[in-house]
Design a protein around this ligand. Sequence first.
Ligand code: IMP
Ligand code: MG
Length: 182
Amino acid sequence: MALHGELQTVVERVLFDAEQLRGRVEELGAEISADYSGRQIHLVVVLRGAAIFAADLIRALTVPASIDFIAISSYAGSSKSTGAVRILKDLEDDIAGRHVLIVEDIIDSGLTLTCLTEMLQQRGVASLEVCALLDKPSARRTTVTARYIGFRVPDCFVVGYGLDLGQQYRGLSCIAEVPSPK
Ligand code: IMP
Ligand code: MG
């Protein structure tokens, strides 16, 4: 895949190109549709990173699906060790009794997802599963796992297809490694 100008200098390597992403999202959509046959899925999309993945995923589903969005703060300051997150924008709809599928961009330490799943579980869902586009298992600090995972990635910093570095590169149609901001 050709990258231009500034991108070519910042991107270290392309991990998954647009075609690979499209193919894997189709597979995930088919797998999820088979598992939820006869049920209606309620997608809970974690803003902002998962928005682009979710837009493709919902179109790959063959079962009825509704969609809602949540925005949470990353753990700041003293709460980092516990992974406590704050809700910045809550869901519009009640999720009690619904089959909720959280759509996340990437699971890194797992702290965000651990906290989010605990919060949503308390709202009386009928079922709760997670679909993450990317998984960085080597960085995990909790036991959280996702039932559906697009790709496993090494412990490096990736951007594109919704993922950002300082709010940039979300519009890249591939997933690429960039120098770690840490
Ligand atoms: P966790 O709580 O450490 O699992 O953090 C997950 C969140 O950190 C993701 O939803 C992303 O917003 C962000 N994140 C973690 N790793 C990356 C990366 O490599 N690129 C972009 N964002 C990342
Ligand atoms: Mg995120």
